[in-house]
Write a protein that binds this ligand. Sequence first.
Ligand code: ATP
Ligand code: MG
Length: 272
Amino acid sequence: MIQFKNVSKTYPNGTHALNNVNINIEKGEFVFIVGASGAGKSTFLKLIMKEEQPSSGEITINGVNTTNMKRRKVPYLRRTMGIVFQDFRLIDKMTVFENVAFAMRVIGARPRAVKKRVLYILGLVGLKDKAKCRPAELSGGEQQRVSLARALVNNPSIIIADEPTGNIDPEMSFEIIELLNEINKQGTTIIVVTHEHELVQKFKNRVIEINNGQVVSDSGAPAEKVEVPIEISQEDLAEIPEEIAEEIADVSAAELSEEALQAIVQGEVEDE
Ligand SMILES: Nc1ncnc2c1ncn2[C@@H]1O[C@H](COP(=O)(O)OP(=O)(O)OP(=O)(O)O)[C@@H](O)[C@H]1O
Ligand SMILES: [Mg+2]
């Protein structure tokens, strides 16, 4: 699902952030990325979401080589991803509710579906009572959870989270990773950068360590975690146009076309 082949990244100022990285992450995996500050972890994530371009090597996401992807195609790539940025990137002028709802509106979800889904997701991250607040009125940990809610709301096939627990107390951190673990069990691929050794030890997921821009260790995927198929019920299919239903009849969501994914997302939210 995510493949890096001999990928290097040198920033314009000459910093070598990644050096000949080879990584293969299968669909349905849950991977922790660890390593010292400045090691290249965020750079690795930014290359996956195509916020940065590799200086050399090849990156393939969902079977699509994104190395030379046209700019106008990038938003489609991003729609398959839920991203928690290290610096949150919330919109200051919008309330918590609006920040999360916005992500659904851009893919054309109906207002009634948006309201239900956003409140549900805010409940999952423990922020329902802050729905009307603006980011400036929240603690760092609360802002982080809004950013997580926004990443989850469209039911993406990949979740990429850069230190999603960096500002959160240990108990809440545990709950957040537990929540991601539950989402992972339903087939979503999850990549989490973290500095917290305790969390990494508690959850027996694959751990990739990056140091000085290189992969210095990779525990590999625990056997039982790999290749979780996504089940799509007949009921879900009934909501989807026939040609798309055919396409998804025997593949997992990770391999779907953008159009098909969107139909599922919208179908699901309209059901609620
Ligand atoms: N836009 C940029 N321009 C130039 N250098 C950059 C840029 N972004 C990151 N770097 C450099 O690239 C290296 C890797 O940075 P990166 O942000 O990937 O590290 P990180 O592992 O995420 O660190 P942290 O744990 O502190 O978030 C660092 O030396 C950093 O200073
Ligand atoms: Mg970082």
